[in-house]
Design a protein around this ligand. Structure first.
Ligand code: ADP
Ligand code: ADP
Length: 223
């Protein structure tokens, strides 16, 4: 069965229809690429799936909980414990080292510094960026920063990783390295990934690909 499922989502911003009846589901541990041209509704779908945005109509159900029926506090707790996020850029704290960035979600959840930092080192190693531990993000390459961001998103052990154009700001070679590291590590830890992108190349790293056009899912194919 599905871990996360959206049924018939509609969402408009003023007169702009962003989602016009989208249904989507993802199983535990599955990697799904959400493709489609710019402006087709991919980010809006991701925001509804992750409970950041309420759809006008339709339901999103995660692990048996209908997100729209949960109180705000419970929904944000769920986001922190079960969901991880990676964006195009700008998600790391530039004043902290890469190690401190990855340890931060655990520190905020109450873990002791030593424990948080040991876990952070382990995740930096898994993503192949252990050598960035003592550097600050602005002193690393774009590809390294994104792998650190993936480590930070996974350090809390989420069930679903939402990645919105995670390689959008990278050249194609470092983009592919980030995608490979992210999908390898997520597969090893059983984390599902909703991977929003407009690059067709990334489909090679996904189990399945769906295409959004004009706020609807138009093509759905199994590889
Ligand atoms: P994609 O991620 O595929 O580029 P989006 O989901 O960002 O598409 O956007 C879908 C449509 O909704 C676009 O026409 C966009 O301009 C519009 N849109 C998205 N978010 C907002 C917003 N917060 N306010 C107004 N319009 C928005
Ligand atoms: P990637 O982004 O996949 O690491 P790059 O070609 O961007 O690949 O970088 C190759 C190497 O060059 C990196 O591993 C890093 O050591 C170094 N490097 C690249 N750009 C920077 C930068 N802006 N600051 C510091 N080091 C960098």
């Amino acid at each position: 069965g599905a871990l996360l499922a959206a049924v018939e989502l509609h969402k408009s911003f003023g007169s702009t229809r962003a989602l016009a009846g989208v249904s989507f589901s993802i199983a535990a541990g599955e990697v799904v690429a959400v493709m489609g041209p710019s402006g087709s509704g991919k980010s809006t779908l991701l925001h509804c799936l992750s409970g950041i945005l309420a759809p006008d109509e339709g339901t999103v159900t995660y692990d048996g909980h209908e997100l729209g029926r949960l109180p705000d506090a419970q929904r944000s707790l769920l986001r922190r414990t079960d969901f991880g996020f990676v964006f195009q850029f700008g998600q790391l704290v530039p004043e902290l080292t890469c190690l401190e960035n990855v340890a931060l979600p655990l520190r905020l959840a109450g873990a002791k510094r030593k424990i948080a930092e040991l876990a952070a080192v382990e995740w930096l190693e898994r993503l192949g960026v252990a050598d960035t531990a003592r550097k600050r993000p602005p002193d690393t390459s774009g590809g390294q920063s994104q792998r650190v961001a993936v480590a930070r998103a996974l350090v809390t052990g989420p069930k679903v990783l939402f990645a919105d154009e995670p390689t959008g700001a990278l050249d194609s070679l470092s983009g592919e390295r980030v995608l490979k590291a992210m999908t390898d590590v997520a597969r090893a830890s059983g984390t599902a990934i909703v991977l929003v992108t407009h690059e067709s190349r990334v489909a090679a790293y996904a189990d399945r690909e769906v295409v959004v056009r004009d706020g609807r899912i138009r093509v759905s194919e199994w590889q």
